[in-house]
Design a protein around this ligand. Structure first.
Ligand code: HEM
Length: 404
């Protein structure tokens, strides 16, 4: 394994040319689940050595549609791969579906329990924090906007939400009837397809600032990863949600396994929450910001329910929820308009909701119950608007960029 020392690292940075706005990578690989020594290759110079050549070949051979159709039958962890897949793809998938040797089944089982107990907080955090935040991550917003999925955001959001949902579901990774291994491997393949296709878009070279113009580096995946579990942890802490060590460890572990199955190298996967926090401070926080694409995506997201109610109630409500949970700075980047009174009301209601639920705030029981039901209904409705109608979703290898 190539391990870079500080000097070769600086050399590699210089080779990228002046003006490249790359951070320095000082996160120690000893803090990773691989636990290897030194500081590794910066993750913005690494993509997916196993998936990329295979998926490129599938697309170039014109087999995408046929492969996607075959893979619709492959839905559960324990299923054999369908017959008729190209040999190179089959070999890759057999390898990619293996759980890492560091997997701990009891932690995964506990994670399911945690997800059940904390479902409402998790729904709020995944939907209104992670989901909206993705529009304020420039690399992700641009990749999503210009790829095929950008043309149907409702479908895309439902699929990404499915990953968040599957991870907490009863049998997720650790049962033949779970779906999480399938979801992750298919997502890994979709990402490889995007790496192949996006650089072919002429406009992409004008906006891309990734090394070589190739999107979805390991750094990008880690950034999005931090927008999910790390941001959930930060939110829980901020909200005052109790989280015993066993819950914390199990929740982290389920996301470590997900990262591995999404193709992240073990030397980048944080081994602890402290390591995750340190990594997030290096690669997530400094790289969030506004983009035109992100603003357009955020607008699509808050309009998701408009077909149901014309947007009269849902849009301003989703905007206020965004402001409550992401705060003024990020909401500003997303161009989310203010709604005086409603913003303040929701922002004031949330700590009460949490406080009553956590037993840290006393409210007359009758009032507490009404308040809980009312607010839970708003949140449930909001999440439903994002999650769609629960129709069967297929994650596929894209065969083109956003045609619009
Ligand atoms: C596709 C999840 C990281 C960009 C998908 C899909 C899922 C997903 C479930 C399939 C949805 C679909 O078929 O539309 C995740 C997770 C990530 C992650 C859990 C990290 C933990 C990233 C990053 C980027 C990205 C870092 C960009 C920088 C895309 C794009 C698609 C996609 C462009 C394809 C949409 C299409 O079909 O054209 N991702 N993703 N993802 N993802 Fe990710």
């Amino acid at each position: 394994k190539a391990v870079m020392n500080r000097r070769t690292l600086i050399g590699a940075g210089a080779a990228l040319g002046a003006g490249a706005t790359l951070p320095t990578w000082t996160w120690a690989a000893s803090e990773s689940i691989a636990g290897v020594g030194g500081v590794g290759i910066p993750p913005w110079e690494v993509w997916d050595d196993l998936a990329d050549p295979v998926i490129s070949a599938v697309i170039e051979r014109g087999e995408t549609a046929q492969v996607n159709t075959l893979l619709r039958q492959w839905t559960q962890n324990g299923m054999d791969l369908p017959a008729g897949l190209p040999a190179d793809l089959r070999d890759f998938m057999e390898e990619a579906r293996k759980l890492p040797d560091w997997v701990e089944m009891d932690k995964l089982q506990w994670a399911v329990d945690f997800n059940k107990r904390r479902g409402i907080y998790l729904g709020v955090a995944y939907g209104f924090v992670s989901g909206m935040m993705s529009s304020a991550i420039p690399h992700e917003a641009r990749a999503v906007y210009y790829s095929k999925g950008g043309a149907d955001m409702k479908d895309r959001i439902s699929k990404t939400a499915k990953l968040g949902y599957d991870i907490g579901s009863e049998r997720a990774f650790h049962s033949p009837h779970g779906e999480m291994i399938v979801t992750c491997v298919k997502t890994r393949m979709a990402h490889a397809g995007v790496r192949h296709l996006l650089p072919q878009l002429p406009y992409w070279s004008h906006i891309a600032d990734e090394v070589g113009g190739i999107p979805i580096s390991q750094r990008d995946i880690l950034v999005t990863w931090h927008s999910l579990p790390t941001s959930v942890m930060r939110s829980f802490r901020k909200w005052g949600v109790r989280m015993p060590a066993r819950d914390r460890d199990a929740f982290l572990h389920s996301w470590q396994v997900a990262a591995h199955l999404l193709g992240v190298r073990d030397e980048y996967i944080p081994a602890s929450w402290e390591a995750a926090e340190a990594q997030a401070q290096q690669i997530l926080d400094p790289f969030m910001g506004p983009t035109e694409e992100g603003k357009k995506l955020a607008k699509i997201l808050v309009n998701l329910a408009s077909e149901v109610d014309g947007g009269y109630i849902s849009r301003p409500l989703l905007e206020s929820l965004t402001r409550t949970f992401l705060g003024p700075k990020i909401s500003g980047w997303l161009g989310t308009p203010r709604h005086p009174w409603q913003d303040e009301l929701l922002a004031a209601a949330w700590p009460i909701f949490v406080g009553v639920h956590e037993g840290t705030l006393w409210v007359a029981p009758r009032f507490a119950k009404q308040f809980w039901n009312f607010f839970a209904e708003i949140l449930r409705q909001g999440a439903l608007w994002y999650l769609g109608e629960g129709k069967r979703l297929y994650i596929e290898i894209p065969d083109m960029n956003n045609p619009n």
